[in-house]
Design a protein around this ligand. Structure first.
Ligand SMILES: Nc1ncnc2c1ncn2[C@@H]1O[C@H](COP(=O)(O)OP(=O)(O)OP(=O)(O)O)[C@@H](O)[C@H]1O
Ligand SMILES: [Mg+2]
Length: 217
């Protein structure tokens, strides 16, 4: 991460090495549990579905990036989720973006609110990470996921471990492989899956997720 002057609010990026790890649920839950105001930036495109929101129309972040639009347009592109939590929707596939543009985006958003980014699965953009205060890998204690992580260049500052019963790998195996501490654990819980399937995560964030991620926030 680059050294720069402190921002009024921090920028946290959630990403995963393997699809289906629970990254969007963790990013959305983090946005709902941390001190407000918060803006949740959706780079992967599934936050509205996970939160049970109507798919936002309009240009979204993709439009802002493609049009080289000014920073003051960003607020108009975001939509409310709940009190003092807003979503900046993706709006379409994202074109490659320069580190400077990521910096403008994140510095602008972090002036008014804590920023949580769902960066999705795979190698996170290096320019994005350069302008991030905290980079969190969301992973299960899964050999295949850790194998993918090892093949990537990026390394996180911390791990959110999505815990399922019956895994052979343990928390310290994950920490050793990733080279970063587990900062929160989230149990795989049918209550979470049902809340997502019913579009009710916003209103009924399961208490366990709230407690665990509240600590990480
Ligand atoms: N803690 C949890 N307990 C139970 N189910 C969960 C939990 N977290 C996520 N899920 C379920 O797992 C599935 C994948 O979750 P999610 O969409 O957050 O993963 P993802 O890593 O963002 O996936 P993708 O790589 O496709 O973006 C969803 O059906 C979701 O409801
Ligand atoms: Mg996702």
């Amino acid at each position: 991460m680059a050294t720069r002057s402190p921002r009024p609010h921090p920028v946290t990026v959630c990403w995963s090495a393997k699809g289906g790890s629970g990254c969007t649920v963790v990013a959305a839950s983090l946005a709902l549990t941390r001190a407000r105001p918060v803006v949740l930036v959706d780079l992967a495109g599934e936050v509205p579905a996970v939160l049970g929101l109507a798919e936002p129309g309009g240009p979204g972040l993709a439009g802002w990036l493609a049009a080289d639009a000014p920073p003051d347009r960003l607020h108009d592109l975001s939509v409310p989720v709940v009190d003092d939590v807003r979503l900046l929707p993706r709006g379409g596939p994202l074109a490659p973006t320069t580190p400077t543009r990521w910096g403008t985006l994140l510095d602008t958003l972090a002036r008014d609110a804590a920023v949580v980014v769902d960066a999705g699965a795979g190698e996170p953009d290096a320019g994005l990470l350069e302008h991030t205060d905290r980079s969190l890998l969301v992973t299960r204690a899964c050999y295949l996921a850790l194998r993918r992580l090892v093949a990537l260049t990026a390394r996180p500052d911390g791990v959110v471990l999505v815990e399922e019963p019956g895994r052979a790998l343990r928390r310290d195996d994950v920490e050793r492989t990733v080279g970063a501490p587990v900062v929160a654990t989230v149990a795989v819980d049918p209550v979470v899956a049902r809340a997502v399937d019913a579009g009710l995560l916003t209103g009924r964030l399961p208490r366990l997720v709230e407690r665990e991620l509240g600590r990480a926030a």
